[in-house]
Design a protein. Structure first.
Length: 366
């Protein structure tokens, strides 16, 4: 069950009726709690975990403070502006009211939202022009149009909740699940549990854990690695079609393109091929587009093919790629468990290496 905390201004009767309509027409798969007081909302967020904080309306400082509390506690935010981001609303007392509020908190709320639910094409166009969030969902409001029923509107909002909870599954994994994920990557690449330096973790014991694991594998394009790892570990995944679980991506997300597709196969030697690989990965890191699938490919390349390491190191230095290649190898070591025995140069752990590692971990982060 998805737990939702709705926060909205109690003096706006249109918004209040809309939130009540949603909660009354949503199915049993969703738990809705309605709050209009900032202190009570913060108290509830601190007392127990909510999956989503659904903010309604704009230009309300209380929403900012409640939203900050939600982010701190790992609760995802959805915003329904309810028409309050229309140009004529923003232009009303713009210099004395809207601009200060925009700078202080409204832009932050919109940027931090996993999704913004707008009620029509005009509102969608207005929010797009602001450029603060491109993850927009159009769901008509049955209070102001007969084009949609209350039940259908509530169901579409619920589907948006599901889409939010399908997004960035790595963030939803606890430490044990993250350890299992790395073990499956190592075993999936090597085909041998003996490469693990600690006892294998137990397989997931809840459907949510399986969903997070398999969704992450699909989104990061390492399905083959994870499925092979599960097979070698003797774990049996439930029949779950993660392809039918839509999700949101970061605004500047780029789908990973395999190294082989990007650089091709026509190289005179393995040294030249590895030079091209490191140049390509360096380029991806510079664009914040380096993904786990690229590191898994590099790991396999280094394990399966031998090259003249001294010549490669010399050419990396000549082309001024040596340090960045060493950083990429450090990140690969952290993500796939590649050992130094397979590395053509020693890994380099510095601030830049840590930044690249963080980029990889945040590849799906909203």
């Amino acid at each position: 069950m998805i737990r939702i905390l709705h926060f909205y201004p109690g003096d706006d009767h249109m918004i209040s009726d809309y939130v009540t309509m949603l909660s009354e027409n949503m199915g049993l798969e969703c738990s809705n709690e309605l709050v209009t007081e900032k202190a009570l909302a913060q108290q509830r967020l601190n007392a127990s975990h909510y999956d989503i904080l659904h903010l309604h309306g704009c230009w309300n400082a209380s929403s900012y403070f409640v939203g900050k509390q939600a982010v701190k506690n790992g609760t995802r935010i959805i915003l329904s502006p309810n028409g309050q981001l229309a140009p004529w609303v923003i232009s009303n007392r713009y210099w004395t009211e809207k601009l200060p509020k925009r700078l202080l908190y409204q832009k932050w709320i919109i940027e931090k939202s996993y999704a913004v639910i707008v009620q029509g094409k005009m509102e969608e166009s207005c929010v797009k022009k602001l450029g603060w969030n491109q993850r927009l969902v159009v769901i008509k409001n049955p209070q102001i149009t007969h084009a949609i029923s209350r039940k259908s509107a509530a169901n579409q909002v619920f589907q948006t909740y599901c889409k939010v909870m399908n997004s960035n599954p790595l963030e939803l994994m606890d430490d044990d699940m993250r350890t299992l994920l790395q073990q499956l990557i190592i075993v999936g690449i090597t085909g041998d549990k003996r490469w693990l330096d600690v006892k294998p973790m137990q397989q997931p014991d809840t459907l949510d854990q399986w969903k997070h694991l398999l969704s992450y594998a699909r989104l990061e394009h390492i399905d083959d690695v994870i499925l092979h790892g599960l097979s070698v570990m003797g774990y049996v995944a439930p029949d779950m079609d993660v392809d039918q679980m839509p999700c949101f991506y970061p605004d500047h997300y780029a789908e990973p393109v395999s190294i082989a597709d990007a650089i091709g196969f026509n190289f005179i030697s393995e040294v030249d091929r590895l030079l091209a690989i490191f140049r390509y990965l360096q380029k991806l890191a510079g664009k914040h587009q380096l993904a786990v699938s690229h590191l898994a490919e590099l790991d396999r390349e280094l394990r399966e093919h031998e090259c003249d390491e001294d010549l490669l190191a010399e050419k990396l230095k000549d082309q001024r790629h040596y340090k960045q290649a060493a950083r990429i190898l450090f990140v690969t070591q952290e993500v796939t468990g590649l050992t130094e025995g397979f590395m053509p140069v020693a890994p380099l752990a510095d601030r830049t290496s840590q930044q690249i590692l963080t980029q990889v971990e945040n590849h799906l982060k909203i």
